[in-house]
Design a protein around this ligand. Structure first.
Ligand SMILES: NC(=O)c1ccc[n+]([C@@H]2O[C@H](COP(=O)([O-])OP(=O)(O)OC[C@H]3O[C@@H](n4cnc5c(N)ncnc54)[C@H](OP(=O)(O)O)[C@@H]3O)[C@@H](O)[C@H]2O)c1
Length: 284
């Protein structure tokens, strides 16, 4: 764990703390946010990559760029980042970007791989949000960008635990916007589709196995996500051509709400004769 010192005068936009900033989507956010005039705190495990990006962005943009080496699956490292979020009054934007995937069938992967995804994609994101949210709310301003995935919406394709972690990110962001939005805090869930980064190789698969029409360039992805940010969208799905499709999907969910909690079971679940289905095929 180490932090490099700030050198430049403070940005009027405040500091963006970006997790997973050493490469991919996080490094691209770092580039774009620096060019917008944010000072930066870049978090990841690879200090050499963080240093190289920080030096480049300082030279090209003149903003202050600090690095914070941390393994967000390590409790002590994570606690340092949480403390930084809670105690540094310059931080105005948290980009919860660090994430990982693991390719393979649920039963074939060691449970430690599942746990590692949950630790990074869920636990770290939640704890960092919990550190930043009260500070932003007390100030009545600030923003949190959470990287979810279109796989939050799919069960048919993807990776069971990864998809589920991203469904969590989407659900948490929506719920928190309801709570924190009225207090002046803006939250955005970004749902990329397949994007050309290292995550694929790290997960043990290849992005080139997919049709190339499905795969977005990382620069296009982040630029589109920032258009969504500037529009103050709660949910941004850069690859989705027709926004009305998402709206119809969400309207169907909202239509369920009045029917999801009732004193009596639905007619189809009322007592029936078990002999009709006994023994159940799953045990026979
Ligand atoms: N690429 C896609 O197709 C895609 C699609 C949908 C959603 N997303 C989401 O977008 C986010 C960024 O993904 P990406 O494609 O840019 O991934 P990536 O290229 O693999 O980069 C992941 C970043 O997270 C950091 N990281 C990984 N494990 C970490 C740990 N334990 N502690 C701290 N930092 C860690 C990595 O840096 P170090 O190795 O230096 O720590 C790296 O900077 C993720 O949340 C991902 O789930 C990606």
């Amino acid at each position: 764990m180490s932090a490099s010192p700030a050198t430049s005068p403070q940005s009027s936009l405040g500091t963006a703390l970006i997790t997973g900033a050493s490469t991919g989507i996080g490094a691209t956010y770092a580039d774009r946010l620096a060019r917008r005039g944010h000072d930066l705190i870049l978090v990841a495990r690879d200090q050499a990559r963080l240093d190289a990006l920080a030096a480049k962005l300082r030279a090209e943009t003149g903003v202050s760029v600090q690095t914070l080496k941390a393994d967000l699956t390590d409790k002590a490292d994570l606690a340092v980042v949480e403390q930084r979020l809670a105690a540094d009054p310059s931080i105005s934007l948290l980009v919860n970007n660090a994430g990982a995937a693991a390719n393979g069938a649920f039963a074939d992967l060691d449970v430690s791989r599942h746990q590692a995804l949950i630790d990074l994609n869920i636990t770290a994101l939640t704890r960092l949000t919990a550190a930043a949210a009260p500070v932003f709310a007390a100030r009545g301003k600030g923003a949190i960008i959470n990287l979810a995935s279109v796989l939050a919406l799919t069960h048919e394709i993807g990776m069971p635990v990864y998809n589920a972690t991203k469904a969590y990110v989407l659900a948490l962001t929506r719920a928190l916007q309801k709570e924190l939005g009225p207090q002046g805090v803006y939250l955005q869930a970004v749902l990329p589709g397949a994007t050309r980064t290292e995550i694929w190789d790290r997960a043990g698969t290849s992005v080139d196995a997919m049709p190339k029409e499905w795969v977005m360039d990382v620069n296009d992805l982040v630029d589109a996500a920032l258009v969504g940010f500037d529009r103050r969208e709660l949910i941004t799905i850069p690859p989705l051509p027709d926004e009305a499709q998402w709206e119809a999907y969400d309207a169907a969910r909202v239509a369920l709400l009045p029917n999801l909690s009732r004193a009596v079971p639905a007619e189809r679940y009322r007592a029936h004769d078990p002999a009709e289905t006994w023994p159940p095929a799953i045990f026979a």
